[in-house]
Design a binder for this molecule. Structure first.
Ligand code: MG
Length: 246
């Protein structure tokens, strides 16, 4: 039996390895055929680019209505809309699936109530998947119920809240779920959220409709649905709302 010195064995081992180990088999990557459309970006990243649908410009609720289809009854003042407690949620007349959404909000300047009762509202993507709006500045609640949570599913990665009364922003990238013909979900929804420019949800997979009193569950729905804002009884304000279809 030939016995190799340990050093020679080691040398043979390394010689057998290719100099660079590929992490995967090389695949053909055909170059894109379509030139990306040219758009005009907003003056700042908070301003709508030219291909955005402006849902609220501070002046009119024409693109919104109540849950019963009647005109939206929230108040408009000084370039913002404010939840008129008891008038109900409002929905967009248009429907959206995959999208990029910019929305600014402020909770009441004088905080009232505790936990979920303080400055509660919500941005419901496709009318079903809530990104929580809440005064989470020095206000404890369950983690997956604070501002920026995918409600009762994911806490935000950090609490990037500004004090009550100050304007805050969400920039949301959303991928709609997909369903088969039987109505079973084949691809769950995904969402990325920046709160005041800080990443707080990193492409998380949504488990289904966000309920407060029962586990998340998908129910089949069309590929585009209206965006909904929540009346949770607190006078939360919104301004500068725009969306891009993806
Ligand atoms: Mg809410």
């Amino acid at each position: 039996m030939v016995k190799l010195a340990p050093a020679v064995g080691l040398l043979l081992f390394f010689a057998a390895l290719p100099s660079e180990l590929p992490a995967q088999d090389a695949a053909p990557f055909p170059p894109p055929r379509l030139e990306p459309p040219i758009i005009t970006p907003g003056r700042t990243s908070a301003d709508p680019p030219s291909d955005a649908v402006v849902l609220f410009d501070g002046k009119s609720l024409a693109r919104w209505h109540g849950t019963d289809g009647s005109p939206a009854k929230w108040q408009i003042r000084d370039g913002y809309m404010e939840v008129a407690s008891g008038t109900g949620d409002i929905l967009t007349a248009d429907s959206f699936g995959d999208c990029q959404l910019h929305i600014e909000w402020a909770t009441p300047p004088i905080p009232k109530g505790e936990g979920q009762e303080r400055g509660n509202s919500g941005v419901f993507l496709m009318g079903r998947y809530e990104i929580q709006v809440l005064d989470s500045y020095d206000n404890k609640t369950y983690f997956h119920g604070q501002a920026g949570a995918v409600y009762k599913q994911y806490a935000p990665l950090v609490n990037a809240s500004r004090p009550p009364g100050e304007w805050q922003s969400y920039d949301i990238v959303f991928r709609a779920p997909k369903f088969d013909e039987q109505g079973k979900v084949t691809e769950r929804a995904r969402v990325t959220v920046l709160h005041n420019g800080v990443l707080i949800q990193n492409n998380v997979e949504i488990y289904g409709n966000t309920y407060h009193d029962r586990p998340a569950l998908y129910t089949a729905h069309p590929p585009r649905e209206p965006l909904r804002l929540q009346d949770h009884g607190n006078p939360v304000r919104y301004r500068n709302v725009w969306i891009r279809r993806l």
